[in-house]
Design a protein around this ligand. Structure first.
Ligand SMILES: [Mn+2]
Length: 257
């Protein structure tokens, strides 16, 4: 089979108990990886793969072995894999890079078939949420990361689990959907003014599959949903973007067209 597809998947939150256990989700994701091996050219992982993550120079968290080896197998099979950090796993340093997998801490733009894509996790974008933006800045500071690295892993990774639960309780990422104009990522995309017009803004983080045609430009905002509740992902193939569902039930995609 020709390898032509570009996949976008995010928000596995491995390590968190969901409708399905973390191990069950891992199994489903590994099945998806098998499919990507067959027809995937590249895979963009748009953040929050892990519900908590902190890597030391010599230590990575336990419990994600199968997922990580699946990811490396995909890479070895010739699929170009790139990772974005999310708000739950922003503390990735050299580990994945050392395996040949680029790690992006900020959104990037790419071109596929002459279309311009803006890719990111989606946290901290758009108006408001000032307290999160301040915390994010602190967590990303060298001094904070250095200090954290001095903690014994039992304490450090334990603390990460705690932060992760807290962020879930207080964060905007799981708020119920009320209307498109109240969505911070819709607001971000509508007001985005970069050097190049964007055809597709692709984000995760919101845990809701969304397709939204922007009103101020010809672009579209797509949220690829998650692999925690909805089991959805995005595929770019034959110059078409498709949101695909791979769970037990087909979720409703929120759309304005
Ligand atoms: Mn997130």
């Amino acid at each position: 089979m020709a390898k032509t597809k570009t996949y976008f998947v995010s928000d596995f939150h491995l390590g968190q108990m969901g409708v399905h256990s973390s191990e069950e989700r891992e199994q489903r994701i590994l099945q998806l990886f098998e499919q990507i091996k067959e027809d995937g050219k590249s895979l963009f992982l748009l953040g929050d793969l892990f519900d908590y993550w902190f890597e030391y120079k010599q230590v990575i968290p336990l419990g994600f072995e199968r997922f990580i080896s699946g990811l490396l197998a995909l890479k070895e099979a010739g699929v170009a894999v790139e990772i974005f950090t999310g708000n739950h796993d922003m503390w990735m340093f050299r580990y994945f890079q050392s395996k040949g997998i680029p790690v992006h801490k900020d959104p990037i733009q790419i071109e596929l078939d002459s279309k311009r894509f803006f890719l990111g996790h989606g946290d901290g974008l758009g108006p408001g949420d000032l307290s999160y933006k301040i915390i994010k800045r602190f967590f990303r500071s060298r001094i904070c990361q250095f200090a954290f690295g001095l903690l014994h892993p039992n304490i450090g990774i334990g603390l990460m689990k705690y932060f992760s639960q807290r962020s879930r309780k207080n964060g905007k990422e799981r708020e119920a959907f009320s209307s498109f104009d109240k969505e911070f990522l819709v607001q971000f995309c509508e007001n985005y003014q970069g050097a190049h017009p964007i055809d597709y803004f692709i984000f995760g983080h919101r845990h809701i599959p969304i397709r939204y045609k922007l009103s101020k430009s010809n672009g579209e905002y797509i949220n690829i949903g998650d692999s925690l509740v909805h089991y959805t992902y995005g595929v770019w193939n034959d110059e078409t973007f498709t949101l695909v569902s791979y769970g037990d039930e087909t979720p409703r995609i929120l759309s304005n067209y």
